[in-house]
Design a protein around this ligand. Structure first.
Ligand code: SIN
Length: 490
């Protein structure tokens, strides 16, 4: 039977290494705060290179046994973990809200989203096939088998504190890899709770290890993994700047990398779009997690014929969004994660307004709610010179750009170094085919704003990174192919 925990029981503040909860070697701690109020929720281990190294020692020791565990037995452990996560969805959802700020309904939704990856990869664990290669020479048999890469380091962001780590750990464990992990310093508690449930589900000691570190100590801790040749793969979700650092620094030990980096998603509304559907799709895509989502539309291109009507419809719906603390059952948008995040949003809006953007709704902080709240905002007459057109805002801001024809929209949409998600709305089948082929992005939403699914390959092109998470492709990054050539058969 799966156990349901109280919220207070889910909060752990030590590292989890080799099946034990342990303080950081130097005994240091740092504060985790509630972004809604600034109150300290917990003081967690502030780890450095020594703790990272101890985690790798444990993961390297555990690897041979976990690798040789039968896939159906690994699957059974993952299924038990899934059941525990689902049983504790309310508590985990509340914990996400507490340390990350998203409304409870979204926090709980994230738990179920993260859990879906665990169930998916539990099943995939039993479907890791190889190939018999058609015979090339008499007396020789050739085949290809897939093997786990080894110890995996998972470094995860604060915006989806449960789903992002679940969709890295689950495929790693399914493939037979062992894991060392570090969640973002803003949101380590959800990750620790998840690891606690994994342990209870039967993940053996050393197979899954998690350390937390403050912003200052994260670099030496991660640097230890980058330099350690026992760590064979890094999986990271976060900024392009950090992704490039990881790629550079891991080159010394030539690790396998999967990088899910920043986006700057275009959202195109053509004259022939169903405007109601486009507004609804944009709201779903843009305001999920208050816009703090890598696939969130950052630039909205609207064709001249429908521009003013679309802007009016959108501004009316956005003005009605309820901004409130996560504890308010009616909340649709919570606080932003921290002071630098809200400062960046305010800078982008001020810069756009100073360059001629019209504020249709929002455009201001909401200090009456707390330090990190910003009103959902629609800006008309956005132009490419504005900061928000080339830099991901990561907040509840919708800038509307004008365009006249399809070629202009495609050119503008692709005029970015990023290539994660893109979206467009049109009812013309031929246009849909043309635009889909030309958009430079790993993910395309066609008349749809809600793209997330464990069954779909998530990942980008260009400077949004490489590798895919979820889907039948999601295990590939955790496996290497071994070619077997057997001779003397005649
Ligand atoms: C992200 O923001 O990095 C992930 C969002 C998603 O899974 O849809």
């Amino acid at each position: 039977m799966t156990k349901r925990y109280e919220l207070s029981e889910l909060i752990r503040n030590d590292n989890f290494i080799d099946g034990q909860w342990v303080a950081a070697a130097k005994g240091n701690r740092f504060d985790v705060t509630n972004p809604a109020t600034g109150e300290v929720i917990a003081q967690v281990a502030d780890s450095d290179a020594a703790d990272a190294h101890a985690a790798t020692d444990a993961a390297a020791r555990a690897f041979p046994t976990w690798r040789d565990t039968l896939p159906k037995d690994r699957a059974a452990v993952l299924h038990r973990w899934h059941a525990l996560i689902v049983e504790n969805a309310d508590g985990l959802g509340r914990l996400i809200s507490l340390e990350q700020g998203k409304p409870f309904s979204e926090g709980r939704g994230e738990v179920m989203y993260g859990a879906s990856y665990v169930a998916w990869f539990a099943d995939e664990a039993t479907r890791i096939y190889g190939d018999i290669i058609p015979q090339q020479q008499r007396g020789k048999r050739m085949s290809a088998v897939k093997e786990p890469v080894g110890v995996v380091a998972a470094i995860t962001p604060w915006n989806f504190p449960l789903a992002m780590i679940a969709r890295k750990i689950a495929p790693a464990l399914a493939a037979g890899c062992t894991v060392v992990g570090k969640p973002a310093e803003d949101t380590p508690l959800t990750a620790f709770a998840l690891v606690m449930l994994a342990h209870e589900a039967g993940v053996p000691a050393g197979v899954l290890n998690l350390i937390s570190a403050s912003r200052e100590n994260a670099v030496p801790a991660v640097a230890d993994w980058l330099a350690d040749s026992r760590v064979r793969k890094i999986t990271f979700t976060g900024s392009t700047r950090v992704g490039k650092y990881l790629a550079r620094e891991s080159a010394g030990t030539l690790k396998k990398l999967s990088l899910e980096l920043g986006g700057n998603a275009p959202f195109i509304v053509f004259d022939d779009a169903d405007l109601d559907a486009a507004v609804t799709g944009l709201l779903a895509a843009k305001f999920r997690n208050g816009g703090q989502t890598c696939v969130s539309p950052n630039r909205v291109y609207v064709q001249s014929g429908v521009y003013e009507r679309f802007a009016d419809m959108l501004a009316t719906r956005v003005a009605a969004l309820k901004v409130a603390p996560a504890t308010d059952p009616a909340a649709q948008i919570g606080p932003m994660i921290n002071a630098p995040a809200i400062d960046k949003i305010a800078r982008h809006v001020d810069d756009a307004a100073s360059r001629g953007a019209r504020v249709l709704t929002g455009g201001k902080r909401l200090p009456e709610l707390g330090p990190n709240y910003y009103a959902p905002t629609v800006l008309a007459d956005a132009t490419p010179e504005m900061q928000l057109s080339c830099d991901e805002t990561f907040g509840p801001i919708v800038p509307l750009f004008h365009f006249d024809d399809e070629a202009e929209a495609i050119l503008a949409a692709n005029d970015t170094l990023s290539g994660l998600a893109s979206y467009f709305y049109s009812q013309d089948m031929r246009r849909i085919d043309r635009v889909t082929r030309q958009l430079e992005a790993g993910i395309v939403g066609i008349n749809e704003g809600a793209l997330a699914s464990e069954a779909a390959p998530f990942g980008g092109v260009k400077e949004s990174g490489y590798g895919r998470e979820g889907s039948k492709y999601g295990l590939d990054d955790y496996l290497s192919i071994k070619y077997l050539c057997q001779g003397g058969l005649e």
